[in-house]
Design a protein around this ligand. Structure first.
Ligand code: AMP
Length: 194
């Protein structure tokens, strides 16, 4: 079973690349954002706890996220493997993940800050009605970007220490990015480095 995390700033193509990987390898795409949005559409109990937070572009508290991830992975419908998209986003979430599952690698979709800023602002200018994402308004986008910088991006160091980080230039076209990911994940696994 292959266990991967895909990570990068908003607009780096995590969702698209996750889908391509799952199509190619039969893995399951586990997107925390999609799961939370499902709850909001269905007005579940969980939705009542997270709607305000998500609308503002803030991160959902770690205990809620960890419970959702734990339950999802306990379903064991991922015989070939999984790609976690949008998790972990904080240090405690990363520690929780490492305590429970052995990862093969973390695919980092690297996009320089100025390009992210441009993409994000272009998306905000298009307006929420175009993108259909309630949290794509300029205020929430700024908050999400700040959350990424403050809490998620620093995880690079941790992944690097664990020799899990596989960096890919995500400014390139979709197919090129995908090819680079394939090249990166075909390299020997971390355990065989030591
Ligand atoms: P995404 O679709 O991945 O951009 O996620 C949308 C929103 O869901 C984020 O802005 C957060 O409010 C929430 N979210 C998704 N994943 C996480 C996570 N791992 N930790 C905390 N909040 C999350």
């Amino acid at each position: 079973m292959d266990k991967y995390v895909i990570f990068g700033p908003q607009g780096s193509g995590k969702g698209t690349q996750s889908e391509l990987l799952c199509e190619a390898f039969g893995w399951v795409h586990i997107s925390l954002g999609d799961m939370f949005r499902w709850h909001m559409r269905h007005h579940t109990k969980l939705a009542a706890r997270i709607t305000r937070i998500m609308n503002q572009g803030l991160l959902v508290p770690d205990d809620i996220v960890e419970e959702v991830v734990h339950r999802r992975l306990e379903e064991h419908d991922w015989n070939w493997g999984f790609v976690l998209d949008g998790f972990p986003r904080t240090r405690p979430q990363a520690e929780f993940l490492f305590e429970n599952w052995n990862l093969d690698a973390v695919i980092y979709l690297d996009v320089p800050d100025d390009v992210v800023q441009e993409r994000v602002m272009a998306r905000a200018a298009e307006g929420a009605s175009f993108t259909k994402r309630f949290d794509d308004n300029p205020e929430a986008l700024k908050v999400r970007l700040k959350e990424y910088h403050d809490k998620t991006k620093p995880l690079i160091e941790l992944y690097d220490e664990k020799r899990l980080l596989r960096r890919v230039d995500a400014t390139k076209p979709i197919q090129e990015v995908f090819d680079s990911i394939l090249a990166e994940i075909s390299k020997p696994k971390p355990s065989s480095f030591t």
